[in-house]
Ligand binder design. Structure first.
Ligand code: 6R9
Length: 652
């Protein structure tokens, strides 16, 4: 495949030299490069310094500059031909539809911004938690919050009340925007009930939410507190029809939003993104990834509750005046053809999703894709995990009709937008199925061995980034030390002033310089493209009175990539049973959410541990995959290996 030139339309005919020429120039002087890139956007006040490295690794971009992302995502379109262009074709799971133009979006955002400011007294810098399903009020809320200079913290609507409470408490959010419910596989999910529980749990921890704004989506019964709750539509009724709220000037290095992600401890990290850096990076990367065109119908099939949605459903596409698809429900409801039917019906031109969704839809068989008209698709994308070459080829042939290049984008919540990926908006490089190809302009990526040496071609090592970039996080909300420890300690040499970003992914660079991402290098699972900390799961299991010890590892799964499997030691007086297994699953669903539920729970007599008491997860991982367990001399009690082996056999 690597040598074969793919028969793309002329515009995307691979031209590695052209791309590399642009890339090399970009990294000659990254300050100059990003300075030029930032000038393409609307600012309220120019910066006096492109990059402040003084307090590295707390880099600050476009210092002295002021702006508001609304100016580039909304205001700049008003009075242009984009004003009447569709921003979102929204479709609910039951098939109900809404169409919002850029003008509609602008009006709604201004009205909500007015209500938040005048009626709810939200001030610049305040945190507003948003716990909404995939309905237009979600992007509207995000933009209204940033318009008035407040900080949003979006919590995925599939998370439990406990997970929401944790995030409310950590961010000290005192306003919450949620909905009564939403549709998922033909049923109504009672979101308001979760929100109510979360508000109560947060109050128990000393964080009092003073207002909960509720969007009416599903019309389900909800409990109501006339003091705490207000319907979104009642609030908006009060607002003058044509109100204009001036976008609050924000400093470039102010916090634009917080988004939580799992780490290697039980406590999720509040990743903070910056006003000016995130805006500049996302604007440019969006253009490099998707080569936007006025006639586009762009669809990122992901949830806005994750970074992919923040960047590629809200801020990126809106800054380019793209017309998008937004879908509420399950991808295979009411049948496995739902997504492909929509791609055809709306004439989607660019489609971006995760390998896990592709594996799911491919599994249903080709009858759901064959015979459909995908002729408008010109680019395809993937994100979230490595894509299996088999699935890549299926996507390329059956969906892209061998004429749409696949843009495999490696990045993280922390990086703001794609970092390693093809850039057809500049020049396409030859593709290799399963490789995210080369770093984007301005990004200096590398692979290092465990002792910090540069890995040779084909040698497995750790992915690193050597230079800062504007989309990088500002830090971790309320925990600057954890930021330094987690991302900047593994390979940096502070005494020499060398700071190296460590994303915790294994990678290989091949002899063409292409990056192949191999998966997480820390104790974080990647379940269906979602990061789930094993410790978070273990902590959840340990809240059950029957559990004395728990170890969670990832097992390979043909659709989800990886699924959590739990090994549990029971406390005296408890016996393994199906009922107990069910209770433990329920505990995880309640504390984290359905996506974290273990696929199997094995009851074991003991867990393999080192003499210092560390659980050796790699032993469970090997046994699950039927591989040799390797060196067990550091085990405190070698018979623990047999205990695990027996439990696995019993569980077959
Ligand atoms: C955007 C997003 C980040 C982790 C990352 C890596 C994995 C993402 C990938 C990929 C291989 C790709 N990952 N994209 N692995 N190829 N194209 O997914 O952010 O949820 O923070 O996850 O996902 O392991 O470190 P996030």
């Amino acid at each position: 495949m690597s040598e074969e030139a793919l028969p793309f339309e002329e515009r995307y005919y691979p031209d590695a030299e052209k791309y590399l020429g642009y890339y090399r120039k970009s990294i000659e002087n990254i300050e100059r490069f990003w300075d030029e890139r930032a000038r393409e956007l609307v600012w309220l006040k120019p910066w006096h310094q492109v990059l402040d490295r003084e307090k590295a690794p707390f880099y600050r971009w476009f210092v002295g500059g002021e702006t508001n992302i609304n100016l580039n995502a909304l205001d700049r379109w008003i009075g242009t031909s984009v004003e009447n262009k569709v921003a979102y074709y929204w479709e609910g799971e039951p098939g109900d539809r809404r169409v919002l133009s850029y003008g509609d979006l602008y009006r709604e955002v201004n009205r909500l911004a007015y209500a938040l400011k005048e009626y709810i007294s939200v001030k610049p810098g305040d945190r507003v938690a948003i716990y909404l399903p995939m309905i237009p009020e979600l992007p509207i809320s995000m933009l209204a919050v940033t318009r008035i200079g407040a900080i949003h913290s979006v919590v995925f609507s599939g998370f439990s009340s406990w997970a929401l409470a944790d995030r409310i408490v950590d961010a000290k959010a005192d306003v919450l925007i949620t909905a009564d419910g939403f549709y998922r596989r033909g049923r109504i999910v009672d979101l308001k009930k979760n929100a109510d529980e979360a508000v109560k749990l947060a109050a128990d921890q000393g964080v009092r939410v003073r207002k909960v704004i509720v969007v009416k989506r599903a019309g389900n019964e909800v409990r109501w507190s006339s003091e705490l709750n207000v319907w979104y539509h009642d609030l908006m009724k009060e607002v003058p029809e044509k109100v204009y709220v001036k976008p609050e000037p924000r400093k470039s290095d102010d916090v634009l939003f917080i988004l939580y992600t799992s780490g290697t401890t039980g406590k999720p990290k509040g990743i903070m993104h910056s006003v000016g850096g995130y805006m500049t990076y996302v604007y440019n990367v969006f253009r490099w990834n998707w080569d936007p065109r006025p006639e586009d119908v762009f669809w990122t099939a992901a949830d806005i509750g994750w970074i992919t949605g923040h960047t590629y459903i809200v801020y990126g596409p809106l800054m380019h005046g793209e017309t998008q698809i937004m879908y509420e429900g399950a991808p295979d409801y009411p049948n496995p053809g739902r997504i492909w039917e929509m791609v055809e019906r709306y004439g989607v031109t660019v489609f971006y999703t995760s390998p896990t969704l592709l594996r799911l839809l491919r599994k249903y068989g080709d009858e759901w894709v064959e015979g459909r008209d995908f002729s408008r698709l010109r680019l395809l994308g993937t994100v979230g995990e490595p894509i299996n070459p088999e699935v890549w080829k299926w996507y390329y042939e059956k969906i892209g009709w061998k004429s749409a290049p696949i843009v495999d984008t490696w990045w993280q919540t922390e990086t703001g937008a794609a970092m390693i990926s093809p850039a057809p908006g500049i020049a396409l490089v030859p593709l290799k199925p399963g490789s995210a190809t080369l770093p984007l302009p301005g990004i200096v990526a590398d692979v290092l061995t465990s002792d910090g040496r540069q890995a040779g071609p084909g040698e497995k090592g750790y992915l690193v980034v050597r230079e800062p970039w504007p989309g990088m996080m500002l830090g971790i909300w309320g925990d600057p030390d954890r930021y330094v420890r987690t991302y900047w300690t593994r390979f940096s040499r502070p005494e020499e002033g060398v700071w190296i970003y460590y994303p915790a992914d294994y990678a290989v660079k091949d002899s063409d310089g292409y990056f192949w991402i191999l998966g997480r290098a820390d104790e974080v699972l990647n379940v269906a493209g979602h990061r789930i900390g094993t410790i978070e799961l273990e902590d959840a299991l340990l809240t059950h009175p029957a559990v004395s010890e728990a170890a969670v590892v990832g097992a390979p799964d043909p659709v989800k990539g990886e699924v959590p499997v739990a090994f549990v030691v029971l406390r005296a007086g408890y016996e393994p049973s199906e009922k107990l297994e069910k209770e433990l699953r329920e505990t995880v669903r309640r504390l984290i959410g359905p996506i974290a539920e273990p696929s199997r729970i094995y009851f074991v007599e003991k867990l393999p541990k080192t003499r210092s008491g560390k659980i050796m997860r790699r032993i469970m991982i090997s046994l699950l995959r039927g591989q040799p367990v390797g060196d067990v001399t550091t085990l405190e009690d070698p018979s623990a290996v047999d205990a695990v082996r027996k439990a696995l056999e019993r569980g077959k």
